[in-house]
Design a binder for this molecule. Structure first.
Ligand code: HEC
Ligand code: HEC
Ligand code: HEC
Ligand code: HEC
Length: 484
């Protein structure tokens, strides 16, 4: 077909219009009448079970998060992340650290994890239950630092008394659910966690003005992000003022957080270093990865459209691996690729990523023990502190990546960049230690052999609860006890 220039534009306009109309229809079909909808639910409704009657299809999809065969799997197994019991020594994460499970289990899992003790605080409930926004209304800023077991948990459970249903397990009616992401009256997507709104505001972004597409990621970013407890009232705070990259957040912890009085999450008792613990930064890594930059939302991959009762199209509410729904999650955009090609691409990215991560964790283990030897050998304090800074830095840059749950897929390049920074920092700690230990004639070959022994002992212990007990011995004492 030969078209003149003018006609070309006209043709393009017609095609674009047609595409827009088709897209709009597809949206309509899935959304129902969003924005105008009025349910019979109370604006304060928080029980997942209450939504069943009006939204049976989404509720049914939500039930698929109940996959009992997904028992809590420890990350400490050899083949997963066997170095963690050493790397998180003297912190709750050395006791128990599991892979994720479905949203419906969040309340049950936070109640039972060994990291929760009698001193744990309300903030730990923040990304687990639909009751949290109501608690914040009732308690204001007292919520964050209130005692988890004696104050917060009884309040949460009191909301849903008598409402448990077998299909959602004992606590699924109150676990991450409908009201966390939807206004119960209009069913519009909404933000319910102030930590996210505040962090975005500090970056100059007003989330009340967010586009519909942005909201399809923002609802997830309420929880799937890095955070820390701000020292004054233990409020969940996102360290985003300098940006969302691992180096931006590290800079925040070294500067703004310290100015506010937050120095560390815990002190490591092998190296004595003041440490940071990173948490699940899916949103941050995604945001500067290929898909985030192209505007592909979390929901595009994790909540693809599905035909539920054979005719009506709904958004899947089973949050799991998109590789289980590759046709709806990926081929919608990558329709020039085959399913096997895409799976192969993801697996290649993930294998390379996990190999690189294991290597950086090994460097980090070595750095902790080298600094331990600096302390027992009596190296000058300023050199020890210099090495401890690099131990902290090295661990942050692998942990922020290890805590990200896509095994590198959300941002392959960003992951590898951070791991390289991690290795450089850990090796710098080892280099400083080597120079100082050599000055004191410390036997470095013996040190290497002792590290090998300790690592073996941790790996060989079969009980995940006991692995951490092997990380300290006569050769590598707890340095916090030495200092007392
Ligand atoms: C983690 C956030 C989240 C939770 C929890 C959640 N939804 Fe959704 N829901 C979404 C997103 C994202 C969409 C897509 C909306 C869009 O693109 O406008 C959606 C869409 C919907 C729609 C519009 C029709 C459709 O299928 O796209 C309904 C109705 C709905 N959800 C009901 C529910 C019900 C009922 C529950 C609880 C059982 C629930 N949702 C829990 C995020 C959530
Ligand atoms: C209110 C907090 C909260 C919100 C909102 C939230 N999540 Fe989660 N998500 C969690 C927690 C907590 C877990 C881990 C639950 C466990 O292991 O008990 C989790 C687990 C997951 C998992 C792993 C499931 C598995 O089977 O291992 C996926 C995938 C996931 N979320 C995706 C999303 C997406 C996509 C969104 C947005 C549409 C979202 N989440 C919104 C808190 C949240
Ligand atoms: C381009 C598609 C895509 C986008 C966009 C995307 N993800 Fe993922 N996500 C994946 C894939 C693929 C995996 C790896 C699944 C696997 O290993 O089986 C994954 C893994 C995860 C996991 C771990 C699941 C598990 O079983 O432990 C979580 C949690 C998660 N994504 C949350 C998010 C959040 C939150 C966003 C938005 C900020 C997001 N994802 C955006 C494709 C995507
Ligand atoms: C809404 C559209 C969309 C969806 C859905 C989507 N992608 Fe993409 N994907 C893109 C765009 C745009 C790019 C960047 C441009 C390009 O390379 O084609 C991209 C790039 C990629 C790349 C190459 C870049 C990289 O990061 O390695 C891979 C691999 C990929 N996608 C896999 C997937 C997989 C697997 C899924 C499903 C879990 C998926 N995509 C879902 C749009 C999408």
């Amino acid at each position: 077909m030969i078209v003149t220039r003018g006609k070309q534009w006209l043709l393009l306009a017609v095609v674009l219009l047609a595409v827009t109309v088709i897209a709009a229809c597809a949206d309509k079909e899935a959304q129902g009448s969003q924005g105008e909808q009025t349910t019979n639910l109370s604006p304060d409704e928080i029980l997942n079970t209450a939504f069943k009657e009006e939204f049976p299809l989404q509720y049914e999809s939500y039930l698929k998060n109940m996959t009992p065969e997904n028992e809590n799997t420890s990350k400490f197994e050899v083949g997963i992340e066997p170095n963690l019991p050493m790397l998180f020594h003297n912190y709750g994460f050395m006791l128990e650290y599991n892979k994720t499970r479905g949203h419906t289990y969040a309340v049950e899992d936070v109640m039972n994890i060994k990291r929760i003790n009698d001193d744990s605080i309300g903030s730990c409930m923040t990304c687990k239950s639909t009751a949290v926004p109501l608690l914040l209304d009732e308690m204001g800023d007292d919520y964050w630092g209130a005692n988890f077991r004696s104050e917060i948990l009884p309040r949460v459970l009191s909301y849903g008394e008598g409402e448990a249903v077998e299909e959602l397990g004992e606590y699924g009616h109150l676990s991450i659910g409908c009201s966390d992401c939807h206004d119960p009256v209009t069913m519009d997507l909404r933000i319910t966690r102030p930590s996210f709104t505040n962090a975005m505001e500090r970056m100059g972004i007003d989330v009340t003005q967010a586009s519909k597409n942005d909201m399809r990621s923002y609802v997830c970013a309420q929880c799937h992000v890095e955070y820390y407890f701000e020292p004054e009232n233990k409020k969940v705070t996102f360290p985003w003022d300098n940006g969302l990259m691992p180096e931006d957040m590290f800079e925040y912890f070294e500067n703004q957080a310290k100015e506010d009085g937050f120095e560390y999450d815990w002190i490591h008792d092998i190296s004595g270093a003041p440490m940071l613990k990173a948490q699940h930064p899916e949103f941050e890594l995604w945001s500067y990865g290929t898909h985030g930059e192209a505007g592909v939302s979390c929901a595009d991959c994790h909540m693809p459209y599905e035909r539920s009762d054979g005719k009506k199209k709904i958004s899947s509410h089973h949050w799991t691996s998109p590789l289980d729904t590759i046709e709806q999650s990926c081929l919608t955009c990558h329709n020039d690729k085959s399913e096997t090609y895409l799976i192969d691409r993801v697996e290649t990215i993930q294998t390379r990523h996990l190999d690189a991560m294991e290597e950086t964790q090994e460097h980090s283990v070595k750095a902790h023990y080298y600094v331990n030897r600096m302390i027992t050998a009596g190296v000058p304090e300023d050199k020890i502190e210099e090495a401890q800074y690099y131990v902290r830095k090295g661990q942050w840059f692998w942990d922020i990546i290890a805590a990200e749950n896509s095994d590198g897929f959300h941002n392959p390049q960003g992951g590898i960049d951070a791991l390289r920074t991690s290795s450089d920092a850990s090796n710098e700690a080892i280099r400083i230690a080597t120079i100082e230990l050599t000055k004191l004639d410390v036997d470095l070959e013996e040190l290497e052999r002792e590290i090998e022994k300790v690592v073996e002992a941790v790996y060989n212990e079969e009980d995940p609860d006991k692995k951490h007990e092997h990380a300290i011995n006569d050769f590598f004492p707890n340095v916090l006890e030495l200092q007392q």
